[in-house]
Design a protein around this ligand. Structure first.
Ligand SMILES: Nc1ncnc2c1ncn2[C@@H]1O[C@H](COP(=O)(O)OP(=O)(O)O)[C@@H](O)[C@H]1O
Ligand SMILES: [Mg+2]
Length: 462
């Protein structure tokens, strides 16, 4: 989903909205300065309806607090955060690509499975990112903070068209110290279908809950099906199934014969309900995946992922680039004229133009007594003042001294508008076929003439 926004937001210029969850909106944006041209980032902004919800704001600030300190290639980089017009936001790097949910959906539309090495690569990289977060320590004391993401799902893992894999959305992540004060035992957070059994039971969770969820995502990548409650709208029955020891978790090869036994093993080990029998760390899981890759797909790495994705999404990438380019040009033009517009707004607000006009008119009325000739003179002077005022408005661009490149952009946009208009007009003109002309001339020439006059008249009267 993409929708144009073009709105200034503090130091940023929002270009379009690329996602809206229940609580925050996600925008592509750029710095609101001329020399910020060429940089695209993402702004995640709390929805106005959530701005007064203290527990949600706490979650959002938590995401900022946890993520700001991270520095790992498989975790999204947060650049900035703050509050503007009572809206809490964070600014992060932009990943030009897909979340895994959309990646799976695109493959389903194409009627094919994700290639095995691609799925394994994505999960290996995600495990690496998670391993980093899980063992992240306080930078001063070095003490492990025991971060748990708690919401690993296909929505929260991104793959760039350049092959980079990033874990995002640490919104409900927890660090160890916080268990004592904010986490109530029995409280469940995260997407139901991807929760670990111990999460559902409301027990204190550790990094192994993320491993279960990653196993679930891996299962889905390999089979293009949801592991729990596939095809059901409601997530709730999944809560039951996940905990039920009698519910058998089938190996992914049941649904995709290309899945080798090694991957069946990795997936099922991550999905073991008893967390003591699961992979104990994300690094263990990553190591198994790395061994698999080096044994069966030794030359498969980021450049291969890139060319694979770029060929699947070639058309989409091209269209989006054109769209982004146009949004960026329009933002650049708006940013170029912004200071002058603000200056003008300040001057007009102060009533300067009005004051000038009233001053001149006051002088005139004391000097000119009412005779027909003098009325004419007064009217002429009124006209002149009016002209002056008009010039204030219409001479704006001349006096703005718009920088040359901004002027080019404006011209470019004007040309584009003109081209669009011409295209629309061309579409509207009906080109009669030969057959049509012959028939109408032979059979109903009068009717046609009448119709034309009527439609012209009705257009005029409208
Ligand atoms: N940095 C980013 N780059 C590209 N797309 C992003 C980025 N952050 C979020 N998105 C898109 O927005 C969606 C929702 O983002 P997320 O941070 O998970 O919000 P929510 O808290 O609403 O779940 C993601 O699934 C992804 O499609
Ligand atoms: Mg999310």
């Amino acid at each position: 989903m993409q929708s144009e926004v073009l709105e200034r937001f503090g130091n940023y210029y929002l270009l379009d909205r690329i996602g809206t969850g229940g609580m925050a909106a996600i925008y592509r944006a750029r710095p609101a300065t001329l020399d910020g041209n060429g940089r695209i980032l993402v702004i995640k902004r709390v929805l106005p309806k959530m701005a007064d919800d203290p527990s949600f704001l706490q979650m959002f600030r938590n995401e900022i607090k946890v993520c700001m300190a991270f520095n790992h290639p498989n975790i999204i980089v947060i650049h900035d955060f703050g509050e503007l017009k009572k809206q809490t936001f964070l600014a992060m790097e932009y990943i030009d690509g897909k979340n895994l949910k959309d990646l799976i959906a695109a493959h389903s539309t194409l009627g094919r499975n994700l290639r095995i090495p691609l799925a394994a690569h994505i999960v290996e990289q995600s495990a690496r990112g998670l391993a980093y977060a899980h063992s992240f320590g306080n930078s001063v004391t070095g003490e492990n903070l025991h971060v748990v993401h708690r919401d690993i799902s296909p929505h929260n893992i991104l793959i760039g068209y350049d092959g980079r894999v990033k874990v995002i959305d640490f919104g409900i992540a927890k660090v160890d110290q916080e268990f004592t004060d904010t986490t109530k035992v029995g409280m469940i957070k995260g997407k139901a279908r991807y929760l670990a059994p111990e999460q559902i039971r409301g027990e204190r969770v550790d990094q192994r809950a993320d491993i279960f969820a990653l196993g679930n995502v891996f299962w889905e990548l390999l089979t293009q099906r949801k592991l729990f409650c596939h095809g059901m709208d409601s997530d709730l029955p999944a809560l039951q199934m996940i905990q039920d020891p009698n519910h058998f978790i089938e190996p992914p090869s049941t649904y995709n014969s290309e899945v080798p036994a090694e991957l069946d093993y990795i997936v099922l080990r991550a999905l073991t309900r008893d967390r003591d029998k699961r992979y104990q760390t994300a690094t263990e899981m990553e190591n198994d995946l790395r061994k698999f890759m080096s044994k069966f797909h030794p030359s498969y790495s980021t450049p291969q992922v890139e060319s694979e994705l770029k060929s699947i999404f070639a058309l989409e990438i091209r269209k989006d680039r054109e769209f982004l380019q146009e949004l960026n040009l329009r933002a650049q033009a708006a940013i170029a004229v912004q200071p002058q517009l603000e200056d003008f707004a300040r001057n007009t607000k102060a009533g300067n133009v009005e004051k000038k006009k009233t001053g001149i008119m006051a002088k005139l009325s004391t000097q000119v007594t009412v005779t027909p000739l003098r009325i004419l003179v007064v009217m002429a002077l009124y006209g002149a003042v009016g002209l002056l005022k008009m010039d204030e408005s219409y001479g704006i661009l001349e006096r703005f001294r718009v920088p040359e490149h901004a002027r080019n952009i404006l011209e470019y946009l004007a040309k584009q508008d003109q081209a669009r208009l011409e295209k629309q007009n061309a579409k509207r003109q009906v080109v009669p076929t030969e057959h049509h002309v012959e028939r109408t001339i032979a059979e109903k020439p009068v009717l046609i003439a009448k119709k034309k006059t009527q439609s012209t008249r009705s257009r005029i009267s409208r």
